[in-house]
Design a protein around this ligand. Structure first.
Ligand SMILES: *Cc1c(COP(=O)(O)O)cnc(C)c1O
Length: 313
């Protein structure tokens, strides 16, 4: 289990790399939903998502032990974050991506001097290849969520929320593998247990919701939610016990509700975000606590521009 001390250490370690992202609010939205709603803007983070928090905490720690090469298996935000921090530290990164990875994602990784390695189309294939490359090259595999350094790094966003706003009642966090919510819930509950931490998942990617209800990790198999950062099929081995301990509730949102939230944030807040980033606000708008001071974390802004028309329908 991670704790508040590990998260504070992470904040020290990554302080020079990571931005303190702004907290935004809108009076119109507050009126619409009958709550004081604030957005923690991780789409404005370095590399466009919170993933740099965990990745830099882990990669800086490994580089201090003289690691010269790190590997990740993700074409998305985690892969970009690992390539970015490795480049900053002057070490090599290899990012294993699917054969059909989008051009914009490949370009982003290459812009950070990451080596691309193409492998299959499923995450199992990529992880297997990444682990094999790490063994052959004496490199370190950087997992996307199931690692104490990754979880503690993501938790630094929770410390910032507490520093930036007083009197918070509820915080809404999207759930993929659970690295983000386990870090943030630890930061918040071990600082102020009165604040409620609510997880949000797409209804068609409800692995953590089902596992939470059943009290054990359940694999739901492949799914194709528009929120591509949340497609994980089973909660993490290390993240799930933290979710069980500290998360108060999990809300499910439909695909249409995610798209509505995307459109709402674009038109009302003038913020362009990715579908996964819109999920927390969709959960807050659905649950509608009433008269509360709430925070929804916008987790990322890396959207393929080609899918925007589909999101706006
Ligand atoms: C990775 C990611 C998530 C989910 O984070 P987990 O730590 O896997 O739960 C949510 N939103 C975005 C934009 C992401 O990149």
């Amino acid at each position: 289990m991670i704790d508040l001390r590990l998260i504070r250490e992470a904040r020290e370690r990554i302080g020079d790399i990571v931005k303190m992202t702004p907290m935004m609010s809108s009076e119109t939205i507050a009126k619409d939903i009958g709550n004081d709603l604030f957005f923690k803007c991780e789409h404005l983070q370095k590399t466009g998502a919170f993933k740099i928090r965990g990745a830099s905490n882990k990669v800086i720690y490994e580089a201090q032990k003289n690691t010269q090469h790190v590997i990740a298996a993700s074409s998305g935000n985690h892969g970009q974050a690992v390539a970015y921090i490795a480049n900053q530290l002057g070490i090599t990164s290899t990012i294993v991506v699917p054969e059909n990875a989008a051009a914009c994602k490949k370009n982003a990784i290459q812009a950070y001097n990451g080596n691309l390695e193409f492998c299959g189309t499923t995450s199992e294939e990529r992880i297997e290849r990444a682990k094999k490359i790490s063994e052959e090259n004496n490199a370190v595999f950087i997992p996307p969520y199931d690692d104490p350094f990754i979880m503690a790094g993501q938790g630094t966003a929770g410390l910032e929320i507490l520093d930036q706003l007083d009197g918070i009642d509820e915080v809404y966090i999207p759930i993929g593998g659970g690295g983000l919510i386990s870090g943030i819930a630890t930061a918040i509950k071990e600082s102020n247990p009165r604040i409620r931490v609510i997880g949000v998942e797409p209804a068609i990617a409800n692995d953590t919701y089902l596992s939470f209800k059943e009290g054990k990790r359940i694999n739901i198999g492949a799914n194709d939610t528009i929120a591509d950062g949340l497609r994980t099929s089973i909660p993490g081995e290390l993240t799930f016990p933290v979710v069980q301990r500290y998360v108060d509730d999990i809300v499910l949102v439909e695909e249409q509700e995610i798209m509505n939230s995307f459109t709402y944030i674009l038109t009302r807040m003038k913020q362009l975000i990715e579908p996964s980033g819109a999920v927390s606000a969709a959960g807050a708008m659905k649950r509608k606590p009433e008269g509360k001071r709430i925070v929804a974390l916008i987790s990322g802004g890396n959207v393929d521009t080609e899918i925007i028309p589909q999101l706006l329908k």
